[in-house]
Design a binder for this molecule. Sequence first.
Ligand SMILES: Cc1cc2nc3c(=O)[nH]c(=O)nc-3n(C[C@H](O)[C@H](O)[C@H](O)COP(=O)(O)OP(=O)(O)OC[C@H]3O[C@@H](n4cnc5c(N)ncnc54)[C@H](O)[C@@H]3O)c2cc1C
Length: 398
Amino acid sequence: MKESYDLLVIGGGPGGALAARTAATAGYSVLLIEKRPAIGAPVRCAEGIGKEALAEFIKPDERWISAEVTGAELVAPDGVSMKLASEMAGSKVGYILDRKFFDRELVWQAAEAGADVMVKTRASAPIITGGAVKGAVIEYCGTRKKIHADLTIAADGVESKFARWCGIDTTVPVREIMSSAQYLMTDIDIDPNTTVFYLGNKVAPEGYLWIFPKGERSANVGIGISGKKSGPGNRAKDYLDRFVADTFPSGKTIECIVGGVPVCRPLESTVMDGLMVVGDAARVVDPMTGGGIYNAMFTGRLAAQVGAAAMTDGGCTREALMPYEERWRKSPMGKTIERNWHIKEKFITLSDAKLNAIIHSAKAIDLKDFSTISLLKEIIKRNPLLLADLAGLMASIG
Ligand SMILES: Cc1cc2nc3c(=O)[nH]c(=O)nc-3n(C[C@H](O)[C@H](O)[C@H](O)COP(=O)(O)OP(=O)(O)OC[C@H]3O[C@@H](n4cnc5c(N)ncnc54)[C@H](O)[C@@H]3O)c2cc1C
């Protein structure tokens, strides 16, 4: 193993893999390290992604696609449901991945492009020289070693520590951590082509519960609730257990995961001298849905593109890396995060009665194009009483 690279990538999720693949393809020397013993496992994700979003980065392959989704269903607190067919379900239509293989494929592609990869290897401290990040101390098999790099990309996910060690404020308020639990269930009656979302304060306070099909009779059945609603007897897993006992009493659980999703605004700063932060580590998750696979890949690739130009043009100063931050904030992804953060902040204040009213009225809407904005506008037209609750929201989305 070399001791010095152009780029050190910390974390082997989709963000880190895209950063490594992009820089290695452009001819830079890259080391990607992953603290877990295997890329992609254990999975901490419901594995849903829009078809168009995925196609920006990789050709779909049945080896890592578990199911194709052609519709979505929203279930109100009172049980009334609204179905969105494929032609209007927008970004909800897509694939349910098998991330054990998907993440592995992305890292394989980075390796094939020339990146070195080390698993069971953890970054334990930054190397900082003259205020600039110049690599990291890494630990593997009980050994510590210094890896020097012109640029380091922190892609270390929701539990990210690296950026904080370098002096960036990465705090997420407890109420903005979506506390999640998920079962991979089999032997259950589902529609294998439809994702289902349950709303309501009894089912999933300040969050939602999902069923994402993984096959004819199996699915990821999971839940995210606000961290501040979690407590003894009312943890995410408790809500999930109650739902599963009612809905799938004879289903079998073959995998169980718990995890957190940051649904706050992104970090105020995602670059400093020698360092860029991407994906969940940068908190670029969609605050409405908790989806972050696309955003991680988008920021990972963009960081490597901007970082590569900086390395070629004379150095990875904060100023040279700033185009990364400016470009992701101005991108459709950045704008969606900002807009959806405002929508989320309003929606979590709605009572079950109001959520019922929204879904009842939306059920009757004949939209050719389903988008969050067109749906909201139509809902408000039909529910003048909701106007007061949603007025600020409409102002924020224009
Ligand atoms: C329950 C749940 C359901 C979700 N469902 C969806 C969904 O359906 N669709 C969607 O788009 N998103 C979903 N997400 C979010 C999605 O999983 C993340 O947004 C995505 O994985 C972020 O990618 P990443 O590369 O930034 O981070 P990760 O995929 O988290 O990768 C970070 C990697 O860094 C490694 N690491 C951490 N610290 C170190 C260190 N010090 N040294 C070396 N390695 C380190 C970690 O082990 C990890 O492998 C879900 C999340 C959860 C918890």
